[in-house]
Design a protein. Structure first.
Length: 371
């Protein structure tokens, strides 16, 4: 039966358009491990965009093939994946990575190979300016931290905040940006504590925070640890304290935790706030996957579109692909995607909006009182 299925698929493939020598677009992200739910959104967005491109004839008559590279959001794995992709002459551009620490580990390898990459999710401020071959279609942590600190002061009215951060590039960069703006806004940082990705018992640090009596605890980390932190805080009797986070906590995993009620986070994309161009994407995504797209899916959908446009215009030559990306440098020639217009500054960074969402009655909803 398996052999028959193979020949049937092969016959259908051969009877349709000629897809010889498909165009590879690798997607480097975590597809297993604790952050696999983030990678799932990226995978879904990439596959949906490739499916749509292929339905329209591909890139100059050639099929787009998404190559999934699982790097676990781990710097060592990311470097291994980057080395593999850099050595593949059929790879003209990479979409990835997700975590800032993974992107920073892959960056020098892509730079040496003159291979462009676009990250839909890495927000560390040092990323794109460290290489002329790294781009991103997501905001930076200095912007996100500033936005979140202003929201905390002007909308929520917090005066005293404690910070519980993970020891990685994403969390530290975001924490520093938030602290800088918070102090300007008159928010007092009562204290900060660190944890590692392997930590499961957060009670010693949370006990310190309980004694400080903050208005809120800022968690610039990822959802798996964030969920545990909030539950353990509530179990210690930290009841009248709010929790806030950034896009790393924007995961439906948080909805499984009743203690996370009231959590609010910044995010680059909310379906309810998306423009008219996103309507078709949201409809197609819901039909194919049965859920709303998260921001990882939307940004990756656009990143694959940018990569496809670059290869269609510049061909497979890596340096010409980079030149094309550099040319997308103003609003007039921006890539008009489902998550807004993308164009790059001299460092390969872009300007994008931030939104705020919160958990109410066990569901994510757009937060009120926008800035």
């Amino acid at each position: 039966m398996k052999r028959l299925g193979f020949f049937l698929c092969f016959w259908v493939f051969m009877s349709g358009p000629s897809w010889a020598d498909s165009i590879k677009i690798p997607l480097a992200a975590p597809f297993t491990g604790p952050l696999a739910s983030f990678g799932e959104g990226m995978k879904n967005g990439a596959l949906l965009k490739a499916e749509e491109i292929n339905a329209q004839g591909g890139i100059n008559g050639r099929k787009v093939e998404i190559i999934l590279e699982d790097e676990l959001c781990d710097p060592k794995e990311a470097a291994t994946v980057a080395t593999k992709l850099a050595a593949d002459p059929d790879v003209s551009m990479v979409v990835g990575h997700l975590c800032s620490s993974a992107s920073l580990a892959a960056l020098p390898i892509y730079k040496e190979a003159k291979l462009s990459a676009i990250s839909p999710a890495s927000t560390n401020i040092n990323l794109a300016k460290s290489s002329p071959y790294y781009f991103r279609n997501v905001y930076k942590d200095d912007f996100q931290g500033l936005f979140l600190a202003k929201y905390a002061k002007d909308v929520k009215g917090y005066k005293n905040v404690a910070i519980f951060y993970e020891m990685n590039d994403y969390s530290i960069g975001l924490m520093n940006a938030f602290m800088k703006q918070a102090k300007k806004n008159g928010i007092r940082i009562l204290g900060k504590e660190a944890y590692s990705a392997e930590t499961t018992d957060f009670k010693p640090q949370l006990t310190k925070f309980k004694m400080m009596k903050p208005d809120a605890i800022f968690i610039p980390g990822y959802a798996p640890q964030g969920m545990l932190i909030i539950s353990q805080a509530r179990s210690l009797g930290i009841k009248n304290v709010d929790f806030l986070g950034a896009d790393g906590l924007d995961d439906n995993l948080m909805l499984k935790n009743p203690d996370a009620e009231g959590l609010f986070v910044t995010t680059p994309f909310i379906p309810d706030k998306a423009g008219p161009k996103a309507a078709g994407f949201i409809k197609a995504y819901r039909k194919k996957f049965g859920i709303d797209p998260n921001w990882f899916a939307a940004n990756t959908y656009d990143a694959v579109g940018i990569a496809a446009a670059a290869i269609a215009k510049a061909g497979p030559d890596r340096e010409k692909v980079r030149e094309y990306l550099v040319s997308i440098n103003n609003k007039e020639n921006a890539y008009d995607g489902v998550a807004g217009k993308t164009y790059f500054d001299k460092n390969g960074d872009c300007l994008k909006e931030a939104f705020v969402k919160e958990i109410k009655n066990g569901k994510w909803r757009v937060a009120g009182h926008p800035l």
